[in-house]
Structures are given as structure tokens and as C-alpha cells.
Design a protein around this ligand. Structure first.
Ligand code: ADP
Length: 424
């Protein structure tokens, strides 16, 4: 396998967002959970997104993990590596964007690295190096109050300079608008001055395409899913990658039993469960029994096993805000959340042992617990069920399996049926 594009994402959901964007742009893409084992069996793909959890950890650790991921990707032929960060540039003066960029740049010997978190379709634009979130500058957006990485400066040239050992330049919108040659010339000029990275403006998708064309000729870039989109389109338009029909390799049926698990208590998920009650058996778990160790997971598995041969089932811990608050008051918030996540992971493991090969999970943390427990090393990204929620085919694990993992608020009222309809 020779990768056209390698990506290192600093968190799991950002990695999924990027993998989904690359797939929609025609790249056959696998998202791995952590740095893959050397002997992982991967299908033939164009791009791999390695998901790390390194956004808010100590900078030295973030650097060593990113370097290991970079080595793995380049060892599989990746000619370009994108370090995927949040589109709101979540970081502190200590990092981790600057330190990781500096280390990866030193490892590959890049001149000046293009950096942009712009992703216009989600309202993230960059002008004169300043990041806007919708209509407001970053430092006036809700990110100013972020619990881990409060963002008080919208000027990314300054923000990145505080985190990086190299000087940071700017490629402005006027240059981007003049096209790829103008960007190439400006980048060469900055590199000639010893400037190691440049924030590049982007306001429209066409700007990302120009940036992608130039970035793809380099070894390293830093940005969000927007620059991923630009890189993917460049790889397709220059013929380096033959555009694949989205989900081509993921559409083959796996058969086996199907089940849904809901641990999200979001409004959207509560509505989706109510809709699902009309078309499949639904078991509502008793969260108090989970917290008191009363064998609730086993009860759920016994219930499911009696029904799986007749069609899909749904098992939910989800509850209304009042019920959630009452449970948390009785047991503590973290203890309640953790115990229910682990119960969901127990149930997922039992379901798979009972022959479930198609599994839909609602809830971000719930999905993380399930994926970790099932020890799934990675996913091939397939067709979209709802915005931002693709069908996933587990790779590198024993036996074929399809999953859909959605964060709570995603998807319309018929999400569970729609997902199962696309997972054959
Ligand atoms: P979302 O994507 O909607 O945020 P998550 O799975 O990330 O969903 O988070 C939901 C959290 O709520 C999890 O920690 C889960 O274990 C917990 N939870 C699920 N059901 C209940 C319940 N009935 N009472 C309290 N907490 C619950």
C-alpha cells in the first residue's frame, strides 16, 4: 500500500470529521484509533487518518506521539502529512500545535509549512491571519471561555509564534486569490527569509483548493478539515488519486445480527429512540441497577439474545434531563457516566459474541467506550447516514463488522432506521 496522504489528528472526533471529508472528496480513507500496530491488515486506501488524543496533553508527549504516527505514515509511502488540528485552533501558549509542527517539520526537512484552520462550510474563515468563528473574531466567540484552551487572541500569526520555535509569516487573501503560482512564490520568499511556517488566509472553498494544490507539493501542512478538503481535491484533480465512489469498499454486505445502543441523553437521541420504538423492540436500562451492580448488563443481553434472530433491537440508558440530574445526585456525575459507559461496553461485547455484526451507537463518550472495548484498531469510512455520520467498516479486526457512531445531537428522527437501512 502506498498512501497518497497521511493525517495525524489531535482528537478522535476531529479525526472522524476529517476522514469523512476526505471520503466525500473521493479518497478511500481509513481512520485508525491510535498509532496502528505494524502488522495491521489494511485494505487498499489512499489516506489514513491516525487518531490521537493529544490536544490537551503535555506538549512533549503530544510531540512524541505525533512523531511516531508520522513515521508510521511515511513508512507506508505518505508523501504528504497533514497535522489535523481543531478549526478553532484550540491550544495554549505551551502548545500543542507549535511544538508538534516544529518537530514534524524538522523530521521531514520542510521549508515553510502552510497552516490554516479555515473551514468555510462550518463558518471558520481566516483573513489577514485572523480567525473568525461565524461573524465574530475567535477571541469574541465562545472559545474565549473554553475550559481547557481559552482563546484570547484571534491573530494566528501571533498565537502560533508564541508556541513555535520558528518565525511565522502570513500568506494573505490577495495572494491566494491570484492563484497557486502566487502562493508558491510567496512561500518560497518566506522560506528564503528563514521563516518556517505561514498562516494562510482562506474565506471560500476555492481558496482551500488553491491552498491544497500548493500544499500537496510539500511534505507537511497543518490545519483542519478544510485544508484536508483542499488536499483531497488537489490529489484527485492532479491524477495522483483516482476518485473513488464514496463508500465503494464499505457497501458490501456483512450480514449477521443488528443492534443499536444509546447512551446519549440528548434531545435528538431521545426523539430517535421514540421513533425506533415503533419499528423495533426497545429495552430501557435501569441506571440505578447499573450503578448498584445488579446484573443489568446481563439482563439486557439475555433480553437481546431472545430477539436478535427476528431483527434489530435497541438498548438505551438514555433519560430525560430531570432523570439524569436525579441519578447524578444519587451517585455523583462522573461515577454515573463512567458506570453506564462501561455497562454499554459490556453489552456491546456480549452482543458481538452473540453474532451482532452491525452495531449503531448513539453518544460520543459511549461510542469511545464501545470502540475501545471491542478493540477495533480502525475504520474504513463509507457513505454518510446523516451529516457527519458515516457508515464505518472495522478493519484489522477479526471478522467483518459495520458500525455507525454518532454524537448525541446528530441525525434526524429516523436515524436508527436510516442507519440500519444502509448497513446490510
Ligand atoms: P453525547 O454525544 O450526547 O454527549 P455521550 O455518550 O458523549 O453522549 O455522553 C452521555 C453521558 O451520559 C455518558 O457518560 C453516559 O454514560 C451518560 N448517561 C447515559 N445514560 C444516563 C442516565 N440515564 N443518567 C445519567 N447519565 C447517563
Amino acid at each position: 500500500m502506498t498512501l497518497a496522504l497521511g493525517c495525524i489528528a489531535d482528537d478522535y472526533t476531529g479525526a472522524s470529521d476529517l476522514a469523512n471529508t476526505l471520503t466525500r472528496a473521493g479518497l478511500r480513507t481509513v481512520q485508525t484509533i491510535g498509532i496502528p500496530a505494524d502488522d495491521i491488515a489494511l485494505p487498499e486506501v489512499d489516506a489514513v487518518v491516525v487518531s490521537l488524543k493529544s490536544r490537551s496533553i503535555e506538549a512533549g508527549l503530544a510531540v512524541s506521539r505525533a512523531r511516531a504516527a508520522d513515521k508510521w505514515l511515511r513508512g507506508r509511502g505518505a508523501g504528504h502529512v497533514l497535522f489535523k488540528i481543531c478549526s478553532t485552533f484550540d491550544s495554549t501558549d505551551a502548545g500543542n500545535i507549535g511544538p508538534v509542527m516544529d518537530a514534524l517539520r524538522a523530521d521531514c526537512g520542510e521549508g515553510a509549512v502552510l497552516v490554516t484552520p479555515a473551514f468555510p462550510e462550518t463558518g471558520r474563515t481566516v483573513y489577514q491571519g485572523n480567525l473568525f468563528v461565524g461573524a465574530v473574531p475567535l477571541n469574541e466567540s465562545p472559545l474565549k471561555d473554553h475550559p481547557l484552551n481559552p482563546m484570547h487572541d484571534s491573530n494566528l500569526v501571533r498565537v502560533l509564534a508564541r508556541q513555535s520555535r520558528t518565525q511565522i509569516g502570513l500568506v494573505d487573501l490577495a495572494t491566494v486569490t491570484r492563484g497557486a503560482d502566487a502562493v508558491r512564490a510567496r512561500l518560497a520568499e518566506l522560506a528564503g527569509q528563514g521563516i518556517g511556517a505561514a498562516i494562510i488566509d482562506a474565506v471560500f472553498d476555492r481558496d482551500l483548493e488553491t491552498i491544497g494544490l500548493v500544499a500537496a507539493e510539500h511534505l507537511l501542512s497543518v490545519g483542519a478539515s478544510g485544508i484536508g478538503l483542499g488536499l483531497a481535491r488537489a490529489l484527485v484533480s492532479t491524477g495522483k488519486v483516482k476518485s473513488a465512489a464514496a463508500g465503494g469498499d464499505t457497501s458490501a454486505a456483512v450480514g449477521g445480527a443488528a443492534a443499536c445502543l444509546a447512551g446519549s441523553c440528548s434531545q435528538a437521541t431521545l426523539k430517535q429512540i421514540a421513533k425506533a420504538e415503533k419499528v423495533m423492540p426497545v429495552l430501557h436500562l435501569d441506571p440505578d441497577r447499573i450503578l448498584t451492580g445488579a446484573g443489568e448488563s446481563q439482563r439486557a443481553l439475555d433480553w437481546a439474545k431472545q430477539r436478535l434472530t427476528d431483527g434489530p433491537v435497541l438498548i438505551a440508558s438514555s433519560a430525560t434531563p430531570d432523570q439524569v440530574a436525579a441519578l447524578q445526585a444519587r451517585h455523583g456525575r462522573d461515577a454515573a457516566g463512567h458506570a453506564i459507559e462501561q455497562a454499554m461496553a459490556d453489552i456491546a461485547e456480549g452482543l458481538v459474541k452473540s453474532g451482532v455484526r452491525r452495531l449503531v451507537v448513539a453518544g460520543g463518550e459511549t461510542s469511545g467506550a464501545v470502540v475501545d472495548r471491542l478493540r477495533i484498531p480502525g475504520f474504513l469510512v463509507g457513505v454518510e447516514i446523516a451529516a457527519g455520520v458515516p457508515v464505518l467498516r472495522a478493519v484489522g479486526a477479526g471478522g467483518d463488522m459495520l458500525l455507525a457512531l454518532k454524537s448525541g445531537n446528530f441525525g434526524g428522527p429516523e436515524f436508527f432506521s436510516n442507519a440500519l437501512g444502509l448497513m446490510r
